[in-house]
Design a protein around this ligand. Structure first.
Ligand code: ATP
Ligand code: ATP
Ligand code: MG
Ligand code: MG
Lengths: 164, 167, 164, 167
């Protein structure tokens, strides 16, 4: 049983390194048993080394760095045991523009083996989607519709150019 | 398995009957201004999956029924999620199966489940979802608003349970 | 003492309504004693009515709506009892583009009677600042500098056009 | 009262001596990519104000001393905040007073405070700040990353204390 666990552990660990390396453009990540002689009991620690930085525990990272670590873990687990769809609500809240674009592109690539439904307020993210569902509130009632690709671009420009 | 559309009736800010979708098989983005109802879309999905009201930002299930000035007359809410099972072979997508899962809630807190339109139990619904690999034990498919950072902050033993559960 | 409390309470309540109305373009807000006969003991409830919506308790609002409610309260309290400076870290994380612009403009107006130092990843917010301090990490060491106005615009374009 | 500049020495990600500023009297924005050290700027300010390490995202104060591969030799950290008291009359800004507040921490967890460069007590420092209306009881001047939404979610009785404190 421990052998099975270690086997799957290594698959996930390897995929985690690869995914984190991609999302952070050069960082490294690792899963380490807290206690090598009692893996089941003491659990697994998650550490990362952002590009050009030193190894840190996740708790010492900035908001954006934590977000990238979480997403790497989610995608690594998917590789090991896929789920058919992912529903994500504003996962880009703490990301700078460059990271929003990187994550958006990565989701688009992953969308070949899972369905992604993502809520986002950031154009760099949602402009990478294949389809856009626009939601508006009129008199306290939510209206919803599938946006044609030029309609959604129009919404984005209107939002970006928003005058208070 | 993919989600085709979410049909709602008097659910949270969605007064009357609304259809959210059709969702793309690959990557759909839901956009709109603050407070318009985007996160409520996810709540609709989770409601059907059997999540408890606190996960849907409501203290009790009847709070999910639409309620606003001049529309206090809604006595029930219902959500139906339309799924399709696709097979992808040689770049061709072919629909192998289609089914729907629904759930309703009444003002008196009576909740019913539906499978392909017919009354069913919560167990029928979750079994159907698990058959298609939806991870209802750890909810790995779901990242709610404000939650993404703490996924990596999971306690070491919690990660362990996660992994064991996946074996 | 209760009279003093009620007097200041009404000043804050009035300013809160005005501020929330401005930030949300038409919404209404209110502070209500939980128990009118025991104001001190039972506390004060904060409710809002977003534009074109019904009255709600803050706990039922969306992330962006909560953010605007919080900021209205902070600014209302400032009017009653000013502090010399405000330090705010990514207060715009949950705001859509239009609201980021509205809050940014409001901060700029308020900056006449308090000093604002704001960390932001959103151009609609930071382009309203009078001065920009750019922070970059080189080999694990933070470098910091005051950005000339064209330098910061260059950083923004670089970020917005970011190719992964 | 306004903050002119923040001078740091080996504080968190700021190796060596760095000067953050000069800050605008009205509205300064701090920008930069994820993880570069923006929030650490705020931590530097709070460190000098006497906040405890948990508010600065550190378990113990010595963790605030710069520490990275190849630079494990930093034995202490220090932050000095330079203030100016301005009077605005007829559109003219005139500096009435300038002072600085500093704090250091050593690897052995020894922490010292400084007022205008001379050793002082934490009480001297907080008294000086309170004289200038810095609200150190409720920290109304401060919104940390991720905190803005919960300000409005304060419990009713907490709001009450806030108000009473302000009278
Ligand atoms: N039962 C209900 N009846 C009517 N309106 C409701 C009900 N439950 C929630 N709402 C309203 O729905 C709105 C919240 O919607 P939601 O959380 O989906 O917004 P959002 O689009 O995600 O916004 P944000 O971008 O700020 O996160 C709130 O204004 C809330 O009052
Ligand atoms: N004592 C220390 N020595 C060296 N580096 C440190 C120390 N303490 C924290 N750091 C590093 O500082 C970085 C965090 O900086 P900070 O939180 O200021 O980032 P940020 O610019 O606010 O990012 P974000 O936009 O993601 O919020 C982390 O990479 C962290 O490891
Ligand atoms: Mg939302
Ligand atoms: Mg930060």
């Amino acid at each position: 049983r421990t052998r099975e666990f270690l086997a799957s552990f290594e698959v996930i660990q390897a995929k985690l390194k690869k995914t984190y390396n991609y999302l952070t453009h050069g960082g490294d990540a690792d899963l380490m048993p807290v206690n090598n002689t009692n893996i089941f009991g003491d659990g697994i620690e998650f550490g990362v080394r952002p590009p050009n930085k030193s190894w840190k525990m996740i708790s010492n990272l900035s908001g954006g760095e934590k977000t990238l670590s979480s997403l790497s873990l989610i995608f690594a687990l998917h590789h090991y045991k896929p789920t058919p769809f992912y529903i994500m609500d504003e996962i880009d809240a703490a990301l700078d523009y460059r990271n929003v674009t990187i994550v958006g592109k990565y989701v688009k690539d992953r969308a070949l083996d899972a369905q992604f439904i993502i809520i986002s307020l950031r154009p760099n993210m949602y402009q990478q989607a294949c389809r856009h569902i626009g939601i508006f509130k009129v008199n306290n009632v939510t209206q919803v519709g599938l946006l044609a690709s030029d309609a959604y671009k129009g919404w984005q420009e209107g939002a970006l150019a928003a005058k208070p | 398995l993919c989600i085709k559309a979410i049909e709602t009736y008097n659910f949270k800010s969605y007064y009357g009957r609304k259809i959210l979708g059709p969702f793309d098989q690959k990557f759909t983005a839901i956009i709109g201004p603050n407070g318009c109802g985007k996160s409520n879309t996810i709540d609709a999905l989770l409601f059907v999956f059997g999540f408890r009201s606190s996960k849907l930002r409501a203290h009790k299930l009847p709070e999910l029924i639409h309620n606003s000035d001049g529309r206090k007359d809604c006595s029930s809410a219902k959500v139906t999620v339309h799924f399709a099972v696709m097979r992808t072979e040689a770049e061709q997508n072919e629909q192998v199966e289609a089914f729907s899962i629904g759930r309703s809630i009444s003002k008196s807190n009576k909740s019913d489940y539906f499978l392909n339109g017919a009354r069913a139990t919560q167990h029928d619904v979750t079994t159907k979802l698990r058959e298609h690999d939806v991870d209802l034990d750890h909810n790995r498919f779901l990242i709610l608003q404000g939650e993404v950072e703490q996924i990596s902050l999971m306690k070491p033993t919690a990660k362990n349970e996660h992994e064991e559960g996946m074996l």
